[in-house]
Ligand binder design. Structure first.
Ligand code: PMP
Length: 435
């Protein structure tokens, strides 16, 4: 067994030697999490933390959940972790039935993948086949994964290295209006301008027959950016008029994260295709696509994902869905999220470097800019993240300009823990301001 030096120096050196330089690590002294229970984790030096990051929004139930452990142990006792989609998998069929019914998509079918990226890739594959067009419309600031199609529709330069693409992608405006000359617009002016811009994009910058528009109900990686009120509904109107499918990428917003089961349910839109991953396995590899039967059937060759929906992952998904239902986690995330957002806004309202505290449900961010400007202050976000760690709280740092503290606790967070986190973030912001 390796012994862990306080700064994990040896492990870090080995990480840097063998893992790619473009896989970023948080913290000056990166952290190794070795244990977890509830919403708390322990590192290899024995330090405890309240977790406001949940493995990038993935551990939605938290850690060491007995119901999940039992479901996994039961499956492991059969001796079968994986079979193949060439055989019937009872739990896969049952989970597909549940997700199809939950999706709100009529006549829905489900395909299971191993990641959010693979789910998005499948959604794009289906839409391009269905419409026989490789033209996609995505939103600026979007993140849709690391495959060719996902990267092509990603509008966030910090995750985009080059422009090689199997698709044609045009970018419409997202809910971010601090940049690009639209800061002064109110909600309705902004939505009107965005819709006109989208119509112009369709009429002038894309060939006839765009396959789909892909949207995140809240732009997670960009720093919890919601659309302007009415923006996605207005976009869907334009899409309907132009026979463009709507893909809701729910990889980050699904399973109650925003306070409703799916993020799209806030906006009165009706996606034709929905992607999911992250929380549904509470850490087990699980993702997928839901689409109407006619769209799902448009792909007219064979296709499989070897691991997709295997018996262990689907056992985890079954148990996670049961837990979400039994504890009404979407409603709970809505309530705790409102308390957290309100508390952070209250505590940070006089902080000159805080530009905005935003989010929906338990998908939130604090954005830091130079006082009185929209100039991003990434060093504040990383300082605050370090200060939070010293005081026993894990938060993310990120956003398109790296200037956001990202907050996505497990959906089981309780009010006491929310208050604990608010106090630490407020104190960390004061300390970072004082230098
Ligand atoms: N879509 C969205 C909206 C995401 O947030 C992510 C991951 N952060 C992905 C797709 C890609 O998921 P994965 O990392 O599981 O491939």
């Amino acid at each position: 067994m390796e012994s862990h030096s306080p700064s994990n120096e040896n492990l870090l050196r080995r990480h840097r030697a063998v893992l790619p330089p473009w896989v970023p690590l948080f913290y000056q002294n990166p952290l190794e999490i070795v244990e977890g229970r509830g919403r708390r984790v322990t590192d290899s030096d024995g330090n405890d933390y309240l977790d406001f990051y949940s493995g990038i929004s993935t551990n939605i139930l938290g850690y060491n959940v007995p119901e999940l452990r039992e479901a996994l142990e039961t499956q492991l006792r059969t001796g079968v972790v994986h079979t193949s989609t060439f055989y019937l998998i009872r739990a896969q069929i049952e989970v597909a039935e549940r997700i199809a019914a939950l999706s709100g998509i009529p006549d829905a079918m489900v395909f299971f993948t191993c990641s959010g990226s693979e789910a998005v890739e499948t959604a794009l594959l289906l839409a391009t086949h269905y419409r026989q067009s490789q033209q996609i419309i995505a939103l600026r600031y979007a993140y849709h994964g690391r495959t060719f199609g996902g990267l092509s529709s990603t509008g966030d330069r910090s995750w985009q290295s080059q422009g090689l693409s199997p698709l044609r992608v045009a970018f419409a405006r997202s809910g971010e209006r601090k940049h690009g000359g639209m800061e002064a617009f109110d909600d309705s002016q902004y939505v009107r301008a965005c819709v006109e811009d989208l119509e112009e994009l369709i009429n002038t910058a894309t060939p006839q027959g765009t396959a789909a528009m892909i949207v995140e109900p809240v732009q997670g990686i960009a720093g919890a950016i919601p659309p302007a009120p009415g923006q996605l509904a207005a976009y869907q109107e334009v899409c309907k008029q132009n026979d463009i499918l709507m893909i809701s990428d729910e990889v980050q917003t699904g399973w109650g994260r925003t306070g409703r089961y799916w993020g799209y349910q806030w906006y009165g839109i009706e996606p034709d295709i929905l992607t999911f991953a992250k929380g549904v396995g509470n850490g087990l590899t699980m993702g997928g696509v839901v689409a109407r039967k006619d769209i799902m059937s448009a792909y007219d060759a064979q296709s499989i994902s070897s691991f997709g929906g295997n018996p262990l992952s689907t056992a985890a998904a079954h148990a996670t869905l049961d837990y979400i239902d039994a504890h009404d986690l979407p409603a709970r995330a809505g309530r705790t999220g409102a308390l957290l957002l309100e508390g952070l806004r209250q505590e940070l309202k006089d902080e000159p470097w805080v530009c905005e505290v935003r989010g929906m449900g338990l998908l939130q961010a604090v954005e830091y800019t130079h006082p009185g400007t929209t100039r991003p202050a990434p060093e504040m976000a990383t300082d605050i993240q370090e200060h939070c760690r010293e005081r026993g709280l894990l938060v993310g740092s990120g956003g398109t300009f790296h200037n956001c503290v990202r907050i996505m606790p497990p959906l089981t967070l309780d009010e006491q823990e929310a208050r604990e986190g608010i106090a630490i973030i407020a104190e960390a912001t004061r300390r970072a301001r004082q230098g």
